[in-house]
Design a protein around this ligand. Structure first.
Ligand code: GLU
Length: 507
C-alpha cells in the first residue's frame, strides 16, 4: 500500500501506563513524521484481550495529547471513534483481516498447520539443549501430506499456523544500527496463529500473534518506517519474513536504544517516576518532558544544543543522529529543563496548573476574586523558578501563607542568629518603625527603614538582613525584599489568613 508519503505509527499495547520508553518511541515517530511531512498513525495493539483495557487506552491517549503528540489517523481523542482511511486502528477489530490473510498464506503454502503438542515441543527443546544445538523448531509439520492434514483436521486436532522461514539469511536495514543479518537455522518457523481447537473448515480459530498482526497491519496501513524500541530487534526478522511471504515491500526499521537508570540497569519503578502521568501529576511541563525525551538517544547537529521547543525539535530532528548506545535517564537534567520552561511560561498558565496543589491554602479557582488570582500569579512567577516541578511549590511558598513562629527557632542556625544582641536590636528598631507607620507597607517604605535600622543598629550585610528575613519568612534566604514585601502585604489584604509584615515582626 504505497501512498507515496512517509507513514509511521506508534503502536502501544494498552496493558498499563505510558512509560518514558514508549513515550520516547511515540515522540521519535511523531518528530520524524512532522519533519518529513508524513503521517503519524496511532494503532492500539489490543489483541491480548485479557491484559488490554479500555482504561489504559484512554490513559495513553490522554498522555499523548498532553505531550502534544497529535496523530493523523487512529482512535479519536474523545469519542471512542476512529479517523483515517486505513482502519480499524484497534487490532481487536481486525480479526477478520488476519483470518483472511492466514487463509491466503496457507493456500500459497507460505505457511503450514503445525499439530505439534506442547509436549512434542518440550521434548524437542530438551533434545536440542542436550545436544547443545539452538532451540529452533525442527519444522516437523512443514511437510505433512495433504491426507494427514485432512485426517488431523477431521479429528479436530488442535493446530497452530506457522510461517515457513526461508533457507536464506534474513537481512534488513536498520537506520540506527545499519544492516542486520540473521543466519538460516537460527530462527524457528514463527507461529502466526496460536493453537486452539481446530475446525473442519480449515480456518484456525486460534489467536493471531503479535509478530504476525504487526506485519499485516504495517503493510496494510502503508507504514514506511517502523520506529520502536530495540527490545523488538529479535522480532524483526520474523516480521520481515512475513512481509516477504506476502510479497510486500519491507519497511525501513529504526530500533531505539534501551533507556537505563543512573545505575545502568534497565529503567524501572525502582528508579522513581517513570510513567508520563506521574510526571504530569508532579507538575512537569509537557514541553520540558518532550525536550528531555528527545535527548534520550538523539542529539543536536552541533553536538551541544540541549534546549528545544517542540517546534524547534521538529526542525532539528533527524533519525540519522539517533545513537544505538543506551540512553541514561537523568532526572537532574529533566529538572533543569523543567525549570527553564517554567521561567518561560506565562504565570497565568503556571498558576492554573498548580492551583490544585494549594488546596487548603487557597480558595477553589472558581471562587477566587480577580485580586486573589493576580496575587497568586505573582507568587507563582516569583517562586516557580526555584522548584524543580510545580507540586513542590506549596512547600516553597509556605512562608508566604503562614509563618510558623516555631520554625525560625527550631532551626538551630536561625535560632542562633536571632539570639544575638545585634539581631535583637535590628528587629526592635525595625518593628518600632513598622508600628509607627499606618497602612500597608510598601517596598520603598521597607527599604527606607532598613537603611535607618542599619545606621541605628550599626550593623550591615548578613547581620542586618538575616534576622529580618528569618523574622519575616522563617529562613535567612529567599526572594528580594522589594518583591517579597508587596507579596506579603497584598496577600495579607486578601482575607486568606496571611500575616502582614507588621504581624510577622511582632510574633
Ligand atoms: N505493541 C508493541 C509494543 O507495545 C508494539 C511494537 C511495535 O512497535 O512493533 O511493544
Amino acid at each position: 500500500m504505497d501512498t507515496g508519503k512517509i507513514r509511521v505509527r506508534f503502536a502501544p499495547s494498552p496493558t498499563g501506563l505510558l512509560h518514558v520508553g514508549n513515550a520516547r518511541t511515540a515522540l521519535f515517530n511523531w518528530l520524524f513524521a512532522r519533519r518529513m511531512g508524513g503521517d503519524f498513525i496511532l494503532r492500539i495493539e489490543n489483541t491480548d484481550a485479557e491484559r488490554s483495557g479500555e482504561r489504559h487506552e484512554k490513559q495513553i491517549i490522554e498522555d499523548l495529547c498532553w505531550l502534544g503528540l497529535n496523530w493523523d489517523e487512529g482512535p479519536n481523542e474523545v469519542d471512542g471513534g476512529e479517523r483515517g482511511a486505513f482502519g480499524p486502528y484497534r487490532q481487536a477489530k481486525r480479526t477478520e483481516i488476519y483470518a483472511a490473510h492466514t487463509k491466503r498464506l496457507l493456500l500459497d503454502e507460505q505457511a503450514y498447520r503445525c499439530f505439534c503438542t506442547p509436549e512434542d515441543l518440550e521434548a524437542e527443546r530438551k533434545k536440542a539443549l542436550a545436544e547443545h544445538r539452538p532451540q529452533v523448531y525442527s519444522g516437523k509439520c512443514r511437510g505433512l501430506s495433504k491426507a494427514l492434514i485432512t485426517q488431523n483436521l477431521s479429528k479436530g486436532k488442535p493446530y497452530a499456523v506457522r510461517l515457513k522461514i526461508p533457507g536464506n539469511p534474513i537481512r534488513f536495514h536498520d537506520m540506527v544500527r545499519g544492516d542486520l543479518e540473521f543466519a538460516p537455522g537460527t530462527i524457528s518457523d514463527p507461529i502466526l496463529v496460536r493453537s486452539a481447537q481446530g475446525g473442519a473448515n480449515g480456518a484456525s480459530p486460534g489467536v493471531p500473534v503479535y509478530n504476525y498482526v504487526v506485519a499485516v497491519d504495517d503493510a496494510l496501513m502503508g507504514i514506511t518506517h517502523v520506529i520502536r524500541g530495540d527490545d523488538h530487534i529479535s522480532n524483526t526478522p520474523k516480521q520481515v519474513a512475513i512481509f516477504e511471504a506476502f510479497n510486500w515491500k519491507v519497511p525501513e526499521f529504526a530500533h531505539l536504544s534501551t533507556i537505563l537508570g543512573s545505575d545502568r540497569e534497565r529503567l524501572s519503578k525502582r528508579h522513581g517516576a517513570t510513567s508520563i502521568s506521574s510526571f504530569r501529576e508532579m507538575g512537569y511541563l509537557p514541553e520540558a518532558l518532550v525536550n528531555y525525551l528527545a535527548l534520550l538517544g538523539w542529539g543536536a547537529e552541533d553536538g551541544k544544543t540541549e534546549i528545544f521547543t517542540p517546534d524547534q525539535l521538529v526542525h532539528a530532528f533527524a533519525l540519522e543522529r539517533v545513537t544505538p548506545s543506551p540512553a541514561i535517564f537523568d532526572v537532574e537534567k529533566l529538572n533543569r529543563l523543567n525549570r527553564h520552561f517554567m521561567k518561560l511560561a506565562e504565570p497565568a498558565r503556571l498558576a492554573s496548573l498548580c492551583w490544585d496543589y494549594f488546596g487548603g491554602l487557597m480558595p477553589g479557582k472558581e471562587d477566587a476574586s480577580d485580586a486573589v488570582l493576580v496575587w497568586f500569579f505573582h507568587v507563582v512567577a516569583l517562586l516557580a523558578p526555584s522548584v524543580n516541578h510545580l507540586d513542590a511549590l506549596p512547600a516553597k511558598a509556605a512562608f508566604i501563607f503562614h509563618i510558623d513562629p516555631g520554625l525560625a527557632r527550631d532551626d538551630e542556625e536561625n535560632a542562633a542568629i536571632l539570639k544575638t544582641d545585634s539581631a535583637r536590636t535590628v528587629l526592635t528598631e525595625l518593628a518600632a518603625r513598622v508600628r509607627a507607620h499606618s497602612g500597608g507597607v510598601t517596598a520603598s517604605d521597607f527599604a527606607t527603614w532598613m537603611n535607618e535600622v542599619k545606621e541605628a543598629a550599626a550593623v550591615d550585610g548578613n547581620d542586618l538582613y538575616h534576622p529580618v528575613r528569618i523574622a519575616l519568612t522563617g529562613s535567612h534566604s529567599g526572594p528580594d525584599f522589594d518583591k517579597l514585601i508587596p507579596l506579603i502585604e497584598q496577600g495579607a489584604a486578601l482575607s486568606l489568613g496571611i500575616p502582614s509584615v507588621r504581624e510577622r515582626l511582632e510574633q
